[in-house]
Ligand binder design. Sequence first.
Ligand code: AGP
Length: 593
Amino acid sequence: MCGLIGIVHKDDNVCEKIYDGLEYLQYRGYDSCGIAVIQDDDFQINKQTGSVSNLKKNYSNGKIGIGHTRWATHGCISIKNTHPFVYENLAIVHNGIIENYSEIKDRYADYEWKTGSDTEVILKLAYEYLEEYKNLQKDDNDKSDSLSVLEWDYAFNKLCENLEGSFAVAFLDLNHSDKVFFIRKGLSPLSIAVSDEFAAIASDCLALSELSDHVIDINNGQYGYIQNGKYEIKPGNINKKRHIIKSPKISEKSHDTWFEHEFDTQPMVLSNALHKLNNTFTWPSLKPNLIDIIGCGSAYLAGNVGKYWIEKYAKILCRINMSSEWQNIEGYSKTIALISQSGETADTLSVLDRIQNKEVSTIGFVNTLGSTLSRSVNHIIPTFVGQEVSVASTKAMTGQMLSLFLWANKLAGIDRQNELLDVFAKMSNIIDLLPEYSKEVIDVCSNVHDLFILAKGNLVPIAYEGALKIKELAYVHAEAFSASELKHGPLAMINQDASQAIVFLAPSSSHLWKKMLSSVEEVQSRGGKVIIISDQPEKFKNIHYSIKMPYIDEDLAPFLYVLPMQWLAYKLAVRKGNSIDMPRNLAKSVTVE
Ligand code: AGP
């Protein structure tokens, strides 16, 4: 994962500009970060573990520099493994994964590798190829499609031949101290912006949005350099300019954390999104007979709820897949709905790469407009919930459910929208009551090692979302099941002595209500500690812990029952003193496969 940036500027304070850009890129990883600036023909390096704000202490002056924010894939979190890396006259920052890095390291067995990172092999090879070029017999072949800096053209072609995996890389070279060199291979995005005053490159165009209104995207397999007022891209040099769709840099949050802000404002945000989806957006008129729905994490789970509505209302068969597990069935997969908050998730983007058959129609349920996914699909259905900052998704997931619910209505030619405002009012009500209503349940759950979340029907994906949120925020082992699956194995886990609690999502409107009453008794008969989340908790015998919910129609229950799941995860994380908006080992957008 990671985010990289490179800037050449006429002013001497390139460090501050790189720092501002890294703040935008932090959603791509915050394990450690660093900046390298060329000053007096040498590199000034500043590296820190943790988030970008740690870098603010000592800026070096300079007109050219590169920066990086890291999500560790190879090598532990340490200053040693923090980019930029320097070797001789070169400095490097990298986003992506070099899949054959250990073979390459073995090839240079005598070389003293300084880091545990895969990136270091790019640096070493680049240096070797630049040196190799110097000793090459120069031929006078046509160089029109080569980079004017021939040794780099040679090195980039050799890197493409020898490196496997996905990589976006920026280099500084003391031999060309007015240029930032770059190369892109695979899914890792890169965009550049150039004017007379500056030239810049970054993993996400938003990181350049304080410098420019438009960017040029670097395509897979291209390389080149930027310098003040000038750039070269090879092969092909045909890249079009596009405007940066700036999402308002939200600085104001009404709570200590973005998570709580985004959790609390969901009803308001969803009603705004509903308004926009109805009034400012033209729905694609598609008549699919089979839909492949794909996504990762919370997006995948929102897709599962969408499948329920589309199959129920529009009677259209849906295949739901985690992006990484999606298999293209030639001739069948004609309509593919790709769900993503960031629009930069590599596993989801890789599906586009795997679609050979061009007849396929792709629809992107995307929140970040201007993202790679939003620019790569045939149709976009925006989520319209505004920028989501907290890594653990709340409003984007409920927003994705909203746009999927509306699409299911449209595909079926029905209109249940009038019920949505009532749903938003009930969401607002339970958000206000949860702090009071959930106290006991949070006490119980914060004193157990294992949590099981059970549900039936269209709430099974919500149980999985609850388990996901508890894992990513509270770092507590949580598993979800369909309550019907219990007796097929998981019931063996239940016993009264274990440090565990079993949470049931049980709306009385469910056509499976009676079966849910039995499932709860099944667990109670094994001595399980049961927690009921329902509008009629009193209907369950011998229940000690419950959260009273408003009544809600079965089909719309996912919008409401996801809230106590988000809240429980948040409160358990607060109890443990965890970083709420930046959970350990995660990033807001997973840009490597
Ligand atoms: C959810 O809280 C997580 N941040 C994660 O599972 C996320 O949903 C997943 O990585 C997909 O991200 P996307 O929607 O940006 O593609």
